[in-house]
Ligand binder design. Structure first.
Ligand code: PHE
Length: 491
């Protein structure tokens, strides 16, 4: 058996004294190499112009399993003939000497060939027979051609089946040489020491070759849109809040926001609770007392919710359901540090225990902005929202009264979508309730206007994605991550 190098040498040598190899398949057989292996060599030699290779499709014949057995043991008719002794034999005795199938096929054939007679014993009618079928099968195995009638007969007996060969016819190519020396790609130390470098054939530089694509980091569309939102907030004088805690206590996520402990959003159907650590136990105790009081009995002119507020409920750790949890911590801190007017924003991940569908995932990103100052009114909120959204290219806004446990009044924000030709909801907003702000210790003439929206929704609109699972999560096509346009807002 030759290897690929051996096959290559043999092929080039053959062409040196012959005009053509008409069938690479037969050539491979003569060389004793696998045709697949030779085909690889042919393609490579063709690629470098050593040879010309043309496809030839050839139909040939292949022995079936039965055909193979007969090519070894002889045809059944000859086996039967050979089993008949000179003096004859009873049919039963003859049958006993042979395999069932050999006997039944061979006996019938031998009779119709008029080789045997049966009265009274089975005996020979001719002296000698030739095993033509065996010879034909061996010829087929050797790739020889048979007459159409012979092929037909073997085909009918299911001893051969057709087989399609893909092979090549080969002639010398423009760069033909009897041997191929692999061009050197580097000057080696040895070439320099032995001063052989000047005789070595070097592979020419290929200035057309494309380099390896460089794999670098890629920005996800959500990151690009986030950058733009952050830029708008910064231009409007907002400071970014630290949002690096995905795990939050129910206290900061809900209670501090005057969200009652029986509120449906606090149900495990809507919120992911942590198993470990399942509780937070350190809180500013005096503030916690004031939150408990405002829930149970109210204060500052409010009657509260009038229920038994339980610390255990507030201690439960959750994956934060909104970034407003961060806003509540920041406002509390601001009250402790001594109030100054502030503009805060955040853009980060939140989690909700929701059924996943084409517009909802169990985690998404919220964009949140708030302004904390003395004497702010609903008019200020509407003004700021118009400013903010017009920077995103949404110039026409409408507001619809809504409800949040922690804001009053609350407004849903709608924007007129020029392409969709309709009003679409783009966010939620409101003025934080005194029941939230006053227990924190903020001066009572301080108001906070705030709004929130998802990062996913504008990203999907901007990037023309209609299924959120194509944007985020394990089903995302990495092509989207590796190549997506820059984000330009409000143009
Ligand atoms: N936290 C609200 C939400 O999850 C958004 C919001 C923020 C509403 C601030 C009003 C004020 O949808």
């Amino acid at each position: 058996m030759r290897d690929a190098d051996g096959a290559e040498r043999a092929l080039l040598a053959f062409l040196e004294s012959n005009a053509e190899i008409s069938n690479s398949e037969a050539f491979a057989r003569d060389l004793g190499v696998d045709h697949e292996l030779l085909a690889g060599t042919i393609k490579s030699l063709h690629g470098f112009g050593f040879i010309e290779a043309k496809d030839v499709r050839r139909e040939s014949w292949e022995l079936t399993e039965e055909g193979l057995v007969y090519s070894r043991n002889g045809s059944p008719e000859v086996q039967v003939f050979d089993a008949v002794p000179a003096g004859g034999i009873s049919r039963e005795d003859l049958q006993r000497k042979l395999d069932d199938s050999v006997f039944s096929i061979g006996f019938r054939k031998a009779m119709s060939n008029k080789w045997l007679e049966t009265k009274p014993l089975v005996s020979r009618k001719v002296l000698k027979v030739e095993d033509v079928v065996k010879q034909q099968l061996l010829d087929i195995k050797d790739g020889k051609n048979l007459s159409a009638a012979d092929i037909d007969a073997l085909k009918k007996r299911k001893l051969i089946v057709p087989k399609v060969w893909k092979a090549y016819s080969i002639t010398k190519g423009a760069n033909y040489a009897p041997t191929r020396t692999k061009a050197a790609t580097e000057v080696t130390r040895e070439m320099l020491l032995k001063e052989t470098w000047s005789e070595v054939a070097f592979k020419p530089y290929n200035f057309q070759a494309l380099g390896q694509p460089t794999e670098g980091g890629h920005l996800h569309p959500l990151l690009k849109v986030r950058t733009k939102f952050r830029q708008i907030f910064l231009e409007m004088g907002f400071e970014e809040m630290p949002t690096n805690n995905f795990v939050e206590s129910s206290f900061w996520n809900f209670d501090a926001l005057f969200q009652p402990q029986q509120h449906p959003a606090r149900d495990s159907h809507d919120t992911f609770f942590l198993k470990s650590p399942c509780k937070t136990q350190t809180f500013p105790e005096d503030y916690l007392e004031r939150v408990k009081t405002i829930h149970e009995q109210g204060g500052f002119g409010s009657i509260g919710y009038m229920y038994d507020w339980k610390r255990e409920e507030a201690e439960k750790n959750v994956l934060r359901t909104h970034t407003t949890a961060v806003s509540s911590r920041m406002l509390y801190k601001l009250a402790q540090d001594g109030f100054v007017p502030k503009r805060y924003f955040s853009i980060d991940r939140v989690f909700r225990n929701e059924a996943v569908d084409r517009t909802h995932l169990a985690e998404f990103h919220q964009i949140e902005g708030l302004i904390c100052d003395k004497g702010l009114t609903l008019g200020d909120l509407i003004g700021v929202l118009n400013d903010f959204f017009s920077r995103l290219g949404m110039k026409k806004l409408r507001f619809k009264p809504a409800y949040n446990p922690y804001t009053e009044p609350s407004m849903e924000i709608f924007s007129y979508h020029e392409q969709l030709n309709k009003w679409v909801e783009v966010g939620n907003s409101g003025m934080f309730r005194p029941e939230m702000l006053l227990p924190m210790g903020l001066p009572d003439d301080v108001s906070v206007i705030a709004w929130g929206l998802s990062l996913e929704r504008p990203t999907m609109i901007l990037y023309g994605i209609d299924n959120i699972r194509d944007l985020f999560g394990h089903k995302v096509d990495l092509k989207l991550i590796k190549s997506n346009p820059i984000c330009r807002l409000g143009m």
